[in-house]
Design a protein around this ligand. Structure first.
Ligand SMILES: [Zn+2]
Length: 389
């Protein structure tokens, strides 16, 4: 994967983002023909320079601090605390001013970037992905492409009443790649890997997974993630300068900087990513229910993934290390949501669910495979490398 694609992925919210549906996407229209880098990408490109500047400022402050007489140090300490309080207040004010109620998510969300800018970024990322995958993209007449396109189309038609969903024109791309993976860009470009198509047992599992991706897009997870990351970046830059100013030498300052970055990653970024994934599962299940998908298949998919990981002897990461919820956690949460999703499905005049419950079928199948049965408590494992589902 090229460096540019990595940058774009990070700027557009990294993990899963986006949604899914059929045919032509709402064509991208650059705002006023400007060729400047979109804000989120520009911010990302300048990030290393910002960090370096924060370190240099911190070191410079440290030298000046040492040269100060004790009386002036007390005075500057008070000013420093006051400055930190003002900055904290400003960050809180920006946060509060940009919070929006989101009935679909059932919570208040922070949206810092204008949609047009973000879609410009998504369009750039789309071009990069097209270049990256090149000849691996299946033609539209391929039956696998048609299957995904139809599933996405059903979801889109059945959920036209969902706020924001009709703003997207969804375009499907199926990529010949063995990874069990799919993602959607914030402009509605849906990428599904053939490895995912091989991993699902039926169209119902596929329908749920596409509903999950669609939910990411409609909920604007990529925009939200990027906006929040920028706010956290600002706070981190100030605290980085403070670390370098307060540490007596460069060695402890470097160590403190490393600890700060890890704290940020494991106490904020990863839990936040897991929360967005769980939200996309919840909303995606509802979208799938309205499209008459057999929602009982949703948890079976994640149990299959759990079983496959256990059969491969894949090491299980602690939950807190992962950017995605553990397979078993996802399956359990979905099981709890399925009764309500079935009621929603029934209210949409869908044909009644037929055949045995796929969860029961799966459990019976696993009993016949004692060697492949996951150990007690299995499934906390991390996602497949690079998984974005
Ligand atoms: Zn996801």
């Amino acid at each position: 994967m090229s460096v540019v694609v990595r940058l774009l992925r990070a700027a557009s919210g990294s993990s899963s983002a986006g949604g899914v549906p059929p045919g032509g996407a709402r064509a991208f229209r650059p705002s006023g023909g400007r060729r400047a880098l979109p804000g989120p990408l520009l911010w990302l490109v300048l990030k290393p320079a910002q960090k370096l500047l924060a370190v240099l400022v911190g070191r410079s402050l440290r030298r000046r601090w040492r040269a100060l007489p004790p009386a002036r140090r007390r005075s500057w300490r008070r000013r420093g605390l006051l400055g930190a309080a003002v900055l904290g207040g400003l960050a809180a004010a920006v946060h509060a001013a940009r919070l929006r109620d989101d009935p679909l998510a059932g919570r208040r969300r922070l949206l810092l970037f204008p949609n047009e800018r973000f879609r410009a970024l998504a369009q750039m990322e789309y071009r990069m992905w097209k270049e990256e995958f090149g000849a691996k993209m299946l033609p539209e007449h391929d039956p696998r492409h048609a299957t995904v396109r139809e599933a996405v189309g059903r979801l889109a038609r059945a959920n036209r009443d969902v706020p924001g969903l009709s703003d997207f024109d969804w375009v499907v791309h199926v990529v010949e790649e063995p990874s069990v993976n799919a993602f959607v860009l914030p402009n509605g470009q849906v990428f599904v890997f053939t490895g995912l198509l091989d991993a699902v047992s039926d169209v119902h599992q596929l329908g749920f997974l596409l509903g999950h991706e669609l939910a990411h897009a409609v909920l604007g997870h990529a925009e939200e993630k990027a906006g929040l990351a920028r706010l956290v970046d600002l706070i981190a830059l100030v605290s980085l300068a403070a670390l370098w100013a307060l540490c007596p030498q460069d060695g402890p300052a470097l160590l403190a900087q490393w600890i700060q970055s890890k704290l940020r990653e494991y106490t904020f970024e990863r839990p936040y990513s897991r929360m967005l994934e769980a939200e996309a599962d919840r909303v995606g299940l509802r979208l799938a229910a309205k499209a008459c998908v057999d929602v009982r298949a949703s948890s079976v998919f994640w149990r299959q993934m759990e079983l496959a990981a256990a059969a491969r002897g894949k090491a299980r990461l602690p939950r807190w290390l992962s950017t995605h919820p553990a397979h078993a956690d996802r399956a359990e949460r979905l099981d709890a949501l399925i009764p309500e999703a079935i009621r929603l499905r029934e209210s949409c005049a869908c044909p009644p669910l037929s055949g045995p419950d796929p969860r029961l079928v799966f459990r019976l199948s696993v009993r016949q495979l004692p060697d492949a049965r996951p150990a007690e408590g299995a499934g906390a494992g991390g996602p497949a490398r690079g998984r974005r589902i």
